[in-house]
Design a binder for this molecule. Structure first.
Ligand SMILES: *Cc1c(COP(=O)(O)O)cnc(C)c1O
Length: 374
């Protein structure tokens, strides 16, 4: 593929910085490789830029979701309403906390979980709702915040893909009682390795997560106040992320500009079987750009024949996956999630695509739709 789905040279510009950091941290007299001064500085940088009460860096966004669920008191016997269309951690983090995920259907165009279906699936056992921002679109957090308040539920925000996005002036991650970010390499603020963070406007949740991520230890080492886990953050990665943070806004802006261009080019294709996401910048994140195509596999092959890679996330709704079907009702229906999993196709959108490559992708999609029978 000459337009790969993910760039092969993601961190090339910062290669020397990384090598210098390995040397510096590797040779430092304190030999501190996790949860040191750099992790603290990185957490503080994010906390300050968001206006959060606390940011706690941990092993991954998946782990972060699990820590947050435990910190807000989700446990055995509880239900958590999650999207039926999304990534595995939405369900597995709930199961790991000892609770049951309850799958709600999505909005057919925006692909984020539908507040009305979430409300229908609330029972006496529901403890929390956990909407997720998907691909390039933030979930309807004002509705979920109101719903959680009204029904006395905890609100956890899977903002793993939405770092840097804002809705009504509130950053993604701060709509819920707590949210998460992922720094796995392909995410918007990715790094060469595994890592994530919990962000929260509640200092008590922050303190509980801090304890849980490090074996349940409080201020005193080897004194375990609760059963925690090991989900700590790497000092070299923290220093690398501190270095990369000033360039993050420009990289996000480049992603948004590419998305604007695609959406403009694809607007006339809607009645020719290829539907772009809604236009606009409000509540948008541009981690992944997805179209919905009647002949998704045909579009995928057409792009591949022209050297353009694309990607299907997600080929099945969560409650249809072998791993999670046993905890979903056998007669359950999630028609919009099922339709999306047959129609969705993600196009390359990373910041170092050239304008010529972006045009090539757009031209190829347009050529496919214009050729396809109406
Ligand atoms: C990537 C992702 C996660 C998990 O992030 P990791 O850091 O890879 O564990 C969780 N939720 C969503 C919506 C994601 O896209």
């Amino acid at each position: 593929m000459d337009v790969p789905f993910f760039p092969p040279d993601l961190f090339e510009d910062d290669r020397k910085v990384m090598l210098d950091l390995i040397g510096e941290i590797g040779r430092a007299p304190e030999q501190k490789f996790i949860l040191g001064e750099r992790t603290k500085e990185f957490e503080e940088l994010l906390r300050e830029s968001l206006g959060a009460a606390d940011v706690v860096a941990c092993g991954s966004a998946t782990a972060a979701l699990g820590l947050v669920l435990r910190a807000v008191g989700v446990g055995a016997g509880d239900e958590v309403v999650v999207p039926a269309f999304g990534c595995a951690p939405l369900a597995s983090s709930v199961l790991e906390a000892g609770a049951t995920p309850v799958f709600a259907d999505i909005d057919p165009h925006r692909l984020v979980v539908d507040p009305e279906d979430v409300e229908r699936r609330i029972t006496a056992r529901t403890k929390a709702i956990m909407p997720a921002h998907m691909f390039s679109i933030m979930a309807d957090m004002p509705r979920f915040a109101a719903l959680a308040e009204q029904r006395g539920l905890r609100l956890v925000e899977d903002s793993a893909v939405a770092q840097g996005a804002e809705l009504r002036g509130v950053p993604a991650g701060l709509w819920g009682e707590a949210g998460v970010f992922s720094f796995v390499q392909v995410k918007s603020f990715g790094m060469p390795g595994e890592g994530g963070a919990v962000v929260t406007r509640d200092p008590e949740i922050g303190a509980r997560v801090r304890m849980l991520r490090n074996h349940g230890q409080g201020a005193q080492r080897f004194v375990h106040e609760v059963v925690g886990r090991n989900s700590r953050f790497d000092e070299i990665q923290a220093a690398f992320q501190i270095h990369r943070f000033p360039g993050f806004a420009a990289r996000l802006e480049r992603r948004a500009a590419i998305a604007d261009f695609y959406t403009r080019r694809f607007a006339p294709l809607a009645d020719r079987g290829v539907v772009a996401p809604p236009p606009g910048r409000e509540g948008r994140c541009y981690y992944v750009y997805c179209v919905l195509a009647d002949d998704r596999d045909g579009l995928r092959d057409h792009l591949a024949a022209r050297g353009i890679a694309s990607h299907v996330y997600y080929p099945q709704p969560l409650p249809r996956q072998a791993a999670f079907a046993p905890c979903a009702p056998a007669d359950g229906r999630w028609p919009h999630a099922e339709l999306a999993s047959r129609r969705i196709l993600a196009l390359p959108i990373y910041p170092h695509l050239t304008d010529a490559e972006v045009e090539r992708v757009a031209d190829a999609v347009c050529a496919f739709a214009e050729r396809a029978p109406q």
